[in-house]
Design a binder for this molecule. Structure first.
Ligand code: PRP
Ligand code: ADE
Length: 183
């Protein structure tokens, strides 16, 4: 992990109390977008460990992934494919491939869908997201890749907050260690 960038990213994470009844604080990463230098560095830093794998496309889940995925795709010079969630109100027309995640960090099983037109045999997919906690949503995206005949080369995340065994299994690389964030 690039240490100077890691420190700046970690310092920009804020924690919000969602209000009465909430069991835990919620992260706010909007500081990453507001800092022009960090914004410019995010894409290249995320993709650096995966350049040798020659990804042909970046896939990211709604909704924060939609901010990071295009930064990573631009850095690689490849295209971007959004992975939709039923609640995001933007399910595209045409055939979709769906997968359901195992319980994620909130205990939810998340349904994810990718437009068939966007992903196919021969694609080498880099998954990009802001945070990997249990790896549940990454697993669902890899399942979609497999169903489309595409190969996931790994996952680039800003916050790597999953057990090392999961990071190794899913080939996840991160810019900030979750243990360095204090809520
Ligand atoms: O490793 P996991 O347990 O799967 O959790 C990580 C995922 O959960 C969060 O997304 P969320 O569904 O909260 O969507 P958001 O981008 O709208 O915050 C985060 O952005 C990752 O996508
Ligand atoms: N955005 C997020 N994604 C996953 N785990 C988190 N823990 C706190 N914020 C999170």
């Amino acid at each position: 992990m690039p240490s100077e960038l890691s420190g700046r990213l970690a310092a920009l994470v804020r924690w919000i109390d969602p209000g009465p009844g909430a069991s835990h604080l919620v992260s706010d990463v909007s500081g990453w977008w507001r800092d022009a230098e960090i914004l410019a560095r995010l894409g290249p830093a995320l993709v650096a460990p995966f350049r040798a794998a020659r990804p042909t496309v970046v896939v990211s889940p709604a909704v924060t992934g939609y901010l990071l995925g295009p930064l990573a795709a631009t850095a690689l010079g490849v295209g971007f494919v959004p992975a939709h969630k039923p609640g995001d109100g933007r399910l595209p027309a045409g055939a979709l491939t769906w997968a359901q995640s195992p319980p994620d960090f909130r205990g939810r099983r998340v349904d994810l869908a990718v437009r068939d037109h966007g992903l196919g045999r021969g694609d080498r997919v880099l998954v990009v997201d802001d945070w990997v906690a249990t790896g549940a949503q990454v697993r669902a995206l890899y399942e979609i890749c497999a169903a489309r005949g595409a190969e996931p080369v790994g996952t680039a995340t800003v916050v790597l907050d999953c057990p090392p065994t999961v990071a190794t299994e899913l080939r996840v690389r991160g810019l900030v260690d979750g243990a360095d964030l204090t809520a």
